[in-house]
Design a protein around this ligand. Structure first.
Ligand code: SF4
Length: 335
């Protein structure tokens, strides 16, 4: 769980002036065992920074990260224990593996580190199981390959096998399929789904692809300009979005009924909304107000409160406070 976490970065400009980038502001995410939660948003919405805080690669500026309700401390021992339960899968399978070493070495290293009780023979057997688990068979053949001898999809499978070597309870997937060929994205989504079903893994699936999120996930959380703006069960969020940004994101995405992975534009829907605002000097009030077709005067000055809508569905928008939420369902906007 990330509870009310914020992350601010200080950056230095060309003339030596420093600025603060408010990458994430007061975000809360909770993942239950066996749950798949999609964190959806455009590039620059803060979702990767939030994942990196959850992976303990960034320390939150405010707020805390908890595992089973207990805050995770910064001690080396606590970090190692945390990483034996929570693993991050990066977007880029090309950079995630050491190119100088064979798959065998990449997996064996993780096993040595996190499963020190295993003998050499035990590690070899585990490695075979892991490679078979991610459908890289014959395992011995793939174990002997260098990363450059593998396709993008095969490399990402090795990355997933390496994460599984740790026997984690939680996987944080930061756009894990976005750099893969369209033809194998569906296969990868099915693999992630299988890991949840068979191992009870919890997965935070970070994406800007609503169709993929709908295919894979139980719940969807939407981020805009560093803030969470809506969260809830996926069918509710997709069929009845309660924040104008979610609504525009869905309307600008290709129809999910056409399937996952069948078009390149599947991942382009969010881009049609234009650039998100700067996080150095974000808009006051509701950060979406400069682009919101429903904006009211108060939207520019006061941040909207969170409105609980039942069944774990909530949104932060003045329309709910002002009794105007019905307008969302009545209006369709071309993005
Ligand atoms: Fe639009 Fe106002 Fe709602 Fe923000 S609070 S999404 S500007 S209506």
């Amino acid at each position: 769980e990330a509870r009310d976490v914020s992350k601010h970065f200080t950056v230095r400009g060309p003339l030596g002036r420093t600025s603060v980038v408010r990458a994430v502001e007061d975000a809360t995410v909770r993942l239950r065992p066996g749950q798949i939660l999609a964190l959806v948003g455009e590039s620059g919405s803060g979702k990767t920074t939030l994942a990196r805080m959850l992976a303990r690669f960034h320390e939150p500026t405010q707020g805390e990260i908890l595992l089973r309700g207990e805050p995770v401390t910064g001690s080396r021992r606590a970090q190692r224990a945390y990483h034996s339960e929570v693993q991050l899968i990066f977007q880029d399978p090309f950079g995630a593996l050491n190119p100088l070493h064979r798959v065998r070495y990449n997996l064996d290293r993780a096993l040595r580190l996190h499963q020190p009780h295993l003998t050499a023979a035990g590690r070899e057997q585990r490695m075979t199981e892991l490679l078979e688990r991610v459908s890289l068979t014959p395992a011995a053949e793939f174990a002997a390959k260098f990363p450059h001898e593998l396709s993008g999809g095969q490399r990402q499978r090795v990355v997933i096998a390496r994460a599984l070597a740790v026997e984690p309870k939680v996987l944080l997937g930061d756009e894990p399929i976005s750099m893969l060929d369209v033809s194998i994205r569906l296969e990868m989504l099915n693999l992630l789904q299988r890991l949840r079903t068979e191992d009870g893994l919890a997965l935070l699936y970070i994406t800007h692809d609503i169709a993929g999120a709908r295919y894979l996930c139980d719940e969807i959380a939407v981020m805009y300009a560093g803030q969470m703006v809506e969260s809830g069960p996926k069918e509710e969020v997709i069929s009845s979005p309660q924040h104008p940004y979610t609504k525009l994101l869905i309307e600008s995405s290709p129809d999910p009924e056409r399937g996952v992975g069948d078009r390149d534009e599947l991942f382009a829907g969010a881009d049609e909304l234009g650039e998100p605002p700067s996080l150095i000097d974000p808009p006051t009030g509701c950060r979406f107000h400069p682009r919101c077709p429903f904006a009211m005067p108060e939207c520019a000055t006061e941040a909207p409160p969170r409105t609980e809508l039942g069944d774990g569905h909530w949104a932060t928008c003045w329309l709910h406070v002002k009794g105007r939420a019905g307008e969302l369902a009545e209006t369709t906007h071309a993005a």
